[in-house]
Design a protein around this ligand. Sequence first.
Ligand SMILES: C[S@@+](CC[C@H](N)C(=O)[O-])C[C@H]1O[C@@H](n2cnc3c(N)ncnc32)[C@H](O)[C@@H]1O
Length: 250
Amino acid sequence: MSDNPYECDTLLQQYLVFHYATGAEQFPYPFGGADALDFPTRCVREGLDLEGLKPDSKALDLGCAVGRSTFELSRHCAEVLGIDYSAAFIRAANELRAKGSLQVKRLDEGAAHTTLDLKIDSSMHRERVRFETGDAQDLPAELGSFDVVLACNLICRLTEPMRLLDRLPQLVRPGGQLFITTPFTWLEAYTPRANWLGEGSADSFEGLRDSLEPAFILEKTWDMPFLIREHARKFQYSIAQASRWRRVDV
Ligand SMILES: C[S@@+](CC[C@H](N)C(=O)[O-])C[C@H]1O[C@@H](n2cnc3c(N)ncnc32)[C@H](O)[C@@H]1O
């Protein structure tokens, strides 16, 4: 059995619900929480300068998990590649791509589940999307470059974030957009302390900025809440720092 938590059924179910279940299916309460729903969709709709994208744009979604942002990108880009290290997540994303639907057992409490039918809206272009397993820290040399690169809640799950950050100037075309979100949840289980960003500067975001400038210009940064349901009465409410960067025109 894999020791990667993102291969287990519990996280697969949580991420399928997080990415594809409706707001009411995730959080059926009239108070709190609702501002943090639809995070993978908001990453595309709020994170990118969509009007600045040409119709033939190519996008890359790194750490795509089960793929909701990847499908959302297909509304705006001609080709979209989602890459994730988890084979279980990519299997589910590929099933959604092939069939346009998937059943998931949402945990309610104890051993009680509800079966949900998850669907890819027909306004998304499944034929424009590809999913692959891969390591964002060791991407193939021939991957090429993209008009849009997303790395949402990925950086603090990498062993060596600098290996990805150093590669980003090659991955994003001049004038292209890079959208990063991270709650900076540093844990030694994923990232040895010596590799946490910002150890040598004021904070994690300063570490991120130091590693992206001057190849990228920071366009804006803001807070983005997101909600992951564990069961009907337990939720993780986190606040990612979002930042959009523009690759300097060389
Ligand atoms: C916190 S989740 C975020 C997923 C998704 N981007 C989102 O915002 O919902 C982190 C994701 O990164 C993936 N991941 C972890 N290490 C990775 C690596 N080295 N290369 C690619 N993906 C990785 C995990 O499998 C997981 O899907």
